[in-house]
Write a protein that binds this ligand. Structure first.
Ligand SMILES: [Zn+2]
Length: 301
């Protein structure tokens, strides 16, 4: 493996981030107090140490998105994550849908998440991933106002980051109106590169419990394409300790990591990648060279 700092700018080919959403119980407690359901999140107490060990064996630093609720439940695990050098990102307070409340409520949720991470680990995240991929129409505006440097919830690209927009106007009766492109980087998310829908049973939502070999075929195929076709891009895997932490799945992940250790591949946190990408792609320059993405030439009636 090539460690990040050993690579010159020119020899970087692809960044790989193994990101983990440490949801624990927060993802199961909406509308139930069933101990069996909640215990699925408790499995994170077994899985997180396994993941930290795997990352240490492979000399990889990663990004963990953590709800405030999880941070208060498992402060020792969150501090272990921090002390191992991993990035900690914002993941809501209790895995709630930001669109389920008004803007004031969304700000309150966001601040409660910030306060918990600060209290437990003394960190202020620079990045955000929305719980269950849910966002409100004003979430990007909120992230910007709280000084976030990146979001990793949207799928307008796969391996190439882009700058987010605020104030798009969406209508089924009028042409699409592109809002203002802003200083907030989007690091693309995809359900394809998420372990949950592939491998976790959740009645009414996901019924797949795919063999790891199938998941590896998909993930490795995406990685190989990114390596070939998007130099300078980022391969952003989204995993959950309570899902990927099962033995047969971790074994697959470690084999995949071995495969990914190819010339020019850098394993790093999303935050590290974002700061470098921002410096190489200033907002004004990026808008000028990406008119289609920015909607510069979009037509109105
Ligand atoms: Zn989550």
């Amino acid at each position: 493996m090539i460690v990040r700092d050993e690579l010159s700018h020119a020899s970087r080919r692809l960044s790989a981030c193994l990101s983990f959403d440490f949801d624990a119980m927060s993802v199961w407690i909406a509308g139930t107090d069933n101990p069996a359901a909640i215990s699925r999140g408790e499995f994170s107490t077994i899985a997180v140490p396994r993941i930290l060990s795997l990352l240490e064996r492979n000399n990889i630093r990663s990004t963990f998105f953590i709800p405030g609720h999880t941070a208060l439940a498992y402060p020792d695990l969150v501090r272990q994550i921090r002390d191992a050098g991993h990035e900690i990102g914002h993941h809501g307070w209790v895995h709630e849908n930001p669109a389920s409340v008004d803007y004031q409520g969304e700000c309150a949720i966001f601040e409660r998440g910030l306060e918990a991470l600060d209290r437990v680990a003394g960190v202020r995240p620079m990045g955000y991933r929305s719980p269950s991929n849910d966002l409100s129409a004003r979430s990007m505006e909120l992230l910007l106002s709280y000084g976030m440097r990146y979001d990793s919830s949207c799928g307008g690209s796969d391996f190439a980051p882009y700058y987010q927009r605020v104030n798009d106007r969406v209508s089924k009766t009028e042409p699409y109106v592109f809002g203002q492109t802003v200083d907030l980087v989007e690091v693309p998310f995809s359900w394809i590169l998420d372990d949950f829908p592939h491998m976790e049973f959740d009645a009414g939502w996901s019924t797949e419990q795919s063999p790891p070999s199938t998941v590896r075929e998909i993930w490795q195929g995406e990685f190989d394409y990114a390596y070939q076709h998007t130099p300078g891009g980022i391969f952003n895997l989204c995993m959950h300790p309570q899902v990927i932490g099962r033995g047969h799945r971790l074994t697959m992940l470690e084999k995949l990591i071995e495969w990914m250790k190819q010339p020019g591949v850098v394993f790093e946190t999303i935050g590290e990648y974002v700061e470098r990408w921002r410096s190489e792609n200033p907002l004004g320059d990026w808008i000028a060279s990406n008119p289609i993405r920015a909607g510069t030439n979009a037509l109105s009636e």
